[in-house]
Design a protein around this ligand. Structure first.
Ligand code: SAM
Length: 280
């Protein structure tokens, strides 16, 4: 493991601070600082920006973000046991790391930095999708974040970048791709983590677009997509029936076959339908 700073190797940090991984907190730690440096670099040029990190744990990714030049890192960690290890990192990078002890699902951490900033995290798998959905649905767009660089289970990463017609295509793909560019930048085998999870992982990089790719009312679009994919094996004329009257005619007007299933419909077509539904 290459030394990226003067701090001890992560295995030593974990032993010194008694950070045996807790499953309930989704703790699968990255111990290879070369790998965390690669993830930090995939977030783009950090030198002019502040970064929010969720779940720093023993600090492998945190150290990489700082070593790669992030102006400032605000890290939110739920596990109190990690705080002394993180304090050592803060001391090694004076004035550049602030650690908040708390639950990222409950705290509005994005309110603590001046936008735009980047969010980078090796997320706990049990809260990853919920956090991503929250970041993708702020009250105003563009959002406070410029980009999101996030580790997910590979299967979830594939759902984020999926194209129509694939099994992975659904609400998450439409939500992510409507107002952001999303791509998988790295895949990792279970052995990259300690302890090794059962599944492969992947890092997804999302860049916020200045506005939606196609115009649509967010609430209407969300209602259509939710209804369509809640019963994804049904034809749209049946699954969307309750969303608005005359749905069959509206589908035709949007250029969508009423017999099509949600998984066959592109983002552009969903947005067209949302505009027709919103028009009354
Ligand atoms: N960043 C470290 C790394 O890459 O080795 C740890 C990643 S581990 C997959 C997830 C981390 O998120 C753990 O440190 C865990 O304690 C923390 N965590 C879990 N749930 C959290 C929550 N709701 N809010 C903040 N941190 C959380």
């Amino acid at each position: 493991m290459a030394a990226i700073d003067g701090l001890p190797p992560l295995r030593e940090v974990i032993a010194t601070h008694g950070l045996a991984a807790k499953k309930a907190l989704g703790q699968n730690f990255l111990l290879d600082l070369n790998l965390t440096a690669k993830i930090a670099r995939s977030a783009g040029d950090l030198s002019q920006c502040d970064v929010i990190e969720v779940g720093p744990g023993p600090g492998g990714l945190t150290r990489a973000l700082l070593a790669e030049g992030a102006r400032r890192v605000l890290a939110v960690e739920k596990d109190e046991r990690c705080l002394p290890a993180l304090a050592e990192i803060a001391a090694a990078y004076p004035g550049r790391l602030e650690v908040v002890h708390g639950d990222a699902l409950k705290l509005d951490i994005t309110g603590r930095l001046t936008p735009p900033f980047r969010i980078v995290a090796n997320l706990p798998y049990n809260v990853g999708t919920e956090l991503l959905t929250g970041w993708l649905t702020p009250p105003v767009w563009p959002p406070v974040w410029q980009s999101l660089t996030l580790m997910f289970q590979k299967e979830v990463a594939e759902r984020i970048v999926a194209a129509p017609g694939s099994k992975a295509y659904g609400r998450l793909a439409l939500l992510a791709q409507w107002r952001a560019d999303a791509r998988i930048v790295m895949t990792l085998p279970p052995e990259a983590f300690s302890p090794a999870p059962k599944v492969h992982s992947a890092v997804v990089h999302l860049t916020a677009l200045p506005g939606p790719r196609y115009p649509a009312d967010a609430k209407v679009l969300n209602r259509l997509v939710a209804a369509g994919f809640n019963q994804r094996r049904k034809m749209l004329r049946a699954s969307l029936k309750g969303v608005a009257p005359d749905m069959e005619a509206r589908l035709v007007a949007a250029g969508i076959a009423p017999t099509a299933r949600a998984e066959e419909v592109s983002l552009e077509a969903f947005c067209r339908l949302a505009r027709i539904v919103a028009a009354g």
